[in-house]
Structures are given as structure tokens and as C-alpha cells.
Design a protein around this ligand. Structure first.
Ligand SMILES: CC(C)(COP(=O)(O)OP(=O)(O)OC[C@H]1O[C@@H](n2cnc3c(N)ncnc32)[C@H](O)[C@@H]1OP(=O)(O)O)[C@@H](O)C(=O)NCCC(=O)NCCS
Length: 140
């Protein structure tokens, strides 16, 4: 399997919007397009055998904040989520923080496998459904 991680570009918008279709709070096609003109947002795609398999996006300032990581349904549990995060964290080369719904076990397990450490939580941070956020950090 050929896989490569590269910056997200305008030609990827449709494929990534499709990945987001069944994801709660997923980005729309227009949100994805708008993100390309925001200099603080850095996004990446993982191509596996020419197909868009995963997407990751960060808000970058003094550190990086992971805004979203998502793997296409038929590519899940094959290591792509971990690969796109580890490759992009190497490229960004800065500490990374993130928030995650406390019920999102696949994401929590993924972050902990990559070495993210739990810093704390924010009660009732999310709505629809109301839920607390766990805050994780990965130092360099
Ligand atoms: C979270 C997500 C990105 C993981 O992507 P993935 O490509 O399936 O992840 P990987 O195959 O790289 O898995 C790496 C590790 O994550 C954990 N993991 C992934 N899916 C899991 C699941 N369904 N249940 C438990 N652990 C899981 C495991 O520790 C796994 O390692 P293992 O396969 O050796 O056990 C994917 O489930 C997803 O797109 N979820 C919807 C979007 C989302 O909630 N994103 C996070 C918030 S922004």
C-alpha cells in the first residue's frame, strides 16, 4: 500500500467533505474551502493508493492545536489515523494540545497511543449532546 501525507489543497475539498459526511460536527465543503484562506490553519491529507484516506487539521500559533482528525469509514482501524498524526506532528515540530469528547474512545485511545498526556477536563464543554471535554497535550 502506497501512502503519503501532504498539505490539504483546493482539489481535495470534495473528497474530504465526503469523509466528513457522517461525522458529527464535521466540516462542510464551504468550511473546508474557507479554511484554505486562513493562515493559522494547517491541514493535511493522507493518500493511500491514490485515495483520500484521512484528514488532519491544526490551528497553529505558539503551539499547535489539533482541530480535527478523521479517517474515511472504509479505511478505519488500518493505522491511517495514527500515521497522519505522527507525520504531521513531525512536520509541525511543536507541542500540540487538543480537546476531545470524553465518550470518543477511538480518538482517546489513538491520542494516548501517540503519547498525548491528559492535562484535565472542561465540564459540559460540548453541546448536542452536552458532554465534558478531556484536554490532552503532547510535548516535543
Ligand atoms: C479517531 C479516528 C481518527 C481513528 O482513526 P483510525 O485510522 O481508525 O485509527 P488507527 O487505525 O490509526 O488506530 C490507532 C489506534 O487508535 C485506537 N483506536 C482506533 N479506533 C478505535 C476503536 N474503534 N476502538 C478503540 N480504539 C481505537 C487504537 O488504539 C488503535 O491502535 P490499534 O489498532 O493498534 O489498537 C477515527 O475513528 C475517526 O475518524 N473517528 C471520527 C472522527 C473523530 O471523532 N475524530 C476525533 C475527534 S476530532
Amino acid at each position: 500500500m502506497q501512502q503519503k501525507v501532504r498539505p490539504f489543497e483546493i482539489n481535495d475539498v470534495q473528497a474530504v467533505a465526503q469523509i466528513f459526511e457522517n461525522v458529527p460536527d464535521g466540516w462542510s465543503e464551504s468550511a473546508l474551502r474557507d479554511s484554505l484562506s486562513n493562515d493559522s490553519i494547517k491541514s493535511y491529507v493522507l493518500e493511500a493508493d491514490g485515495k483520500t484516506a484521512a484528514f488532519a487539521s491544526y490551528l497553529v500559533a505558539d503551539d499547535a492545536e489539533l482541530v480535527f482528525v478523521v479517517t474515511a469509514e472504509n479505511f478505519k482501524r488500518k493505522g491511517y489515523g495514527g500515521y497522519i498524526l505522527s507525520e504531521t506532528l513531525k512536520m509541525l515540530n511543536m507541542p500540540c494540545v487538543l480537546e476531545v469528547r470524553e465518550s470518543n474512545i477511538p480518538a482517546i485511545k489513538l491520542y494516548e497511543k501517540l503519547g498525548f498526556e491528559l492535562l484535565g477536563n472542561r465540564k459540559n464543554f460540548y453541546s448536542n449532546p452536552r458532554e465534558s471535554a478531556l484536554i490532552y497535550k503532547l510535548d516535543l
